[in-house]
Structure formats: C-alpha cells, structure tokens
Design a protein around this ligand. Structure first.
Ligand code: DAH
Length: 344
C-alpha cells in the first residue's frame, strides 16, 4: 500500500507538472484528490490493515494528499501569473501608431455671423435680448405704430395662427417688449437676434423663415448722429475700415425719421459693378429714430426720452461678406457648403 501511495504521488505530481491550463489542473485535482479518487480509495481500505500499519499508512496518505494539493496550488499560481503576463503583453498599446481622425462639427455660418455681430454690439455696450417667435398682433404691429388696417402691414405678409396671434414677421416687437418690461423706465441698449417668418415664396433672395437682428437704444438725448456713429462703426468692423456708409431717407411706421443704410460696395470700391447694380452702394439695413408713439405706448415719455432703432438680416450680411449667392444655402444643410466656413 505504501508503494501504491508513492506511485500515485509520483504520477499526480507529473501530471501537475505537465498541466498547461487551469482547466487541466482542475482535472488533476478532481482525479487524484476528489471523493472518487484513488487516495480516498486507499483511505477507505484502511480498515483492513493491522493496528500497526494503520497510523503509518494514514499519515503517509495525508502527506501524499497534502503534497499533491500544494503542488496544484503553486502550479495554479504560476499558470495565473503566466496568463496575466500574456494578457498584458497582448493588450499593450502602440502609442506610436497614427491616430484615427474623429470628425468634428463646427458652427453654422449663420451662427458665426450672428455671434460676430453680437460681439461687435456688446463691445459698444449693448445687451443681448430675446423674444418669442410666436407673437401677438399687438406686439408685432400695434405697439409699433401699425394699427389694424394700416397699409404698411402689407409690407410684411404674415403667417397668422389666430386673428390675434402670428409668427413674428420681424424682431421689432422685442423693442416694445423690452421697453414695456422695464418697470422703472430706465435707458435701454439692446440687440435681439432671432428667427422671423413671412409668407414669401422661397428663391435666391427670399425665404419664408430667416433671421434678423434688432437694435434699440433709448436714453435721454439720443440723436441721429449717435445712430450714424454706431452704424458706421459696425459697418467698418464687419466689412473693413475702408467702407463708407450712407443713410438714405426711407419709411418705417415705428421710426421717424426713417433711413436705410448702404455701405460702399467692396467688390468695386464704389465704382459700380454687377454686385451693387452699378450704383457703388449696397443696402444693409433699416433704421431710424424711435417714433414718439412707440415710446409712449411702451410707457416712456417722448419729451424726456429719445432713441434709435435698427434692423438687419444676418443672412444678407453673410452673403455680402462671403459672396454667397443664394439664401437657400443657409437652410439646405449641404455639408460641402457649410464646411467651407468651419474654422479649424
Ligand atoms: N422691422 C423692419 C423690417 O423687418 C426692419 C427695421 C427697420 C427695424 C427700421 C428697425 C428699424 O428697428 O428702425 O423690415
């Protein structure tokens, strides 16, 4: 029996030695140390042994079992270490490999232009306001000196939702909203960018939805020369220091007097070309001194306060600045067009 145990030990230790995976090692453990294994068998047969032999064989069997278990444990540790080593080796990252480019987006040309214009006016002390796109007839028209039935309402074909509610046709209602909301009737100096809507047929220069930026400055002693100074500075910063501006008389119900501002054509430098239709000037925006009725309706005393206002279309400004020939490019999301204006 002693020889039998020693042979078993030798055999098991060889198998442990030969095992190359945790699975094989587990098989060896089950085969030799399991309940149905040969060592358990030996121990079971001990009843047949003599009194003297029993403790000797018992001790030997336990020793053999212990040796095999120890061998399995240490082999297990070494297999695990080797596996970890292998895994670490396989998973090392080659930091010298060239990276895969991650496509990035960029701001839309219109967003960039609006932000650029905002920055210019913020630099001149204006705050940026907002107003609703779904507007009441009162703010869109009446508060701007355009009572019901006023012929100038036809200048702006509107999308009505109900008799009294419409998609705003311009950002001018934010003038009235801002002044109305000012409880202590403090001076106001704000610009308001936003979407506007008109019942127009889309073509190269018209869109049923486009963008405007409104400007309003109300304070004591605001004069036409202040308007001219602000617009001149805006035009030069936006289109270049060599640009000239000119104010032409015009009509808007909410300003008196009203003007339209042109800048000298940068394509021909005022000589006359196809872009400026041979005039040397390009129309940029509408403006004027806030009509006393508009101030009054918003709770400002026109004897104490005066103000100027202006409204411009950033699409038009971007078209002139970058030579974009069709307003629809801003809305059709052709990446080939938009990507040209992404700054790296
Ligand atoms: N709201 C006018 C339009 O959409 C533009 C405009 C003209 C705004 C003169 C003004 C202004 O504030 O003073 O045609």
């Amino acid at each position: 029996m002693k020889e039998q145990l020693q042979a078993l030990e030798k055999e098991a230790l060889e198998k442990v030695d030969d095992a190359t995976s945790l699975k094989e090692l587990q098989d060896v453990r089950v085969a030799y140390l399991g309940k149905k294994g040969p060592i358990t068998e030996v121990l079971r047969g001990m009843g047949k042994l003599s009194k003297e032999e029993r403790p000797v064989i018992g001790e030997l069997a336990n020793k053999v079992r212990g040796n095999i278990a120890d061998a399995i444990d240490s082999k297990k540790a070494s297999i695990e270490a080797a596996e970890l080593e292998k895994q670490l080796e396989e998973e090392t990252i080659d930091v010298t490999l060239p990276g895969r480019p991650v496509p990035t987006g960029g701001p839309h040309l219109l967003t960039s232009i609006v932000e650029e214009i905002e920055d210019l006016f913020i630099g001149m002390g204006f705050e940026v306001s907002e107003g609703p796109e779904v507007e009441t007839d009162y703010y869109n028209f009446e508060a701007l000196n355009l009572p019901k039935g006023h012929p100038a309402r036809d200048m702006q074909d509107s999308f009505y939702i109900t008799e009294e509610i419409l998609m705003r046709t311009h950002t001018s209602p934010v003038q009235a909203r801002t002044m109305n909301a000012m409880e202590d009737k403090r001076p106001v100096k704000m610009i308001c960018p936003g979407k506007v809507y008109r019942r127009d047929t889309d073509d190269a220069t018209h869109s049923h939805q486009f963008t405007q930026i409104e400007g309003l400055y109300v304070d004591k002693n605001v004069r036409m020369s202040d308007l001219k100074g602000v617009l001149d500075r805006f035009a030069k910063q936006m289109f270049g220091q060599e640009r000239e501006i000119r104010l032409r008389p015009s009509f808007f119900p909410f300003t008196e007097p009203s003007v339209e501002m042109d800048i000298s054509c940068k394509v021909c430098n005022g000589e006359g070309c196809s872009v400026c239709k041979q005039t040397g000037w390009i129309e940029i925006l509408g403006a004027g001194m806030v009509h006393p009725r508009v101030l009054e309706m918003a709770g400002y005393d026109p004897k104490v306060y005066s103000g100027f206002a202006f409204g411009m279309g950033p699409e038009r400004i971007a078209m002139l600045k970058y030579g974009v020939d069709d307003i629809r490019h801003f809305y059709t999301n052709d990446m080939r067009f938009l990507k040209q204006y992404h700054q790296a």
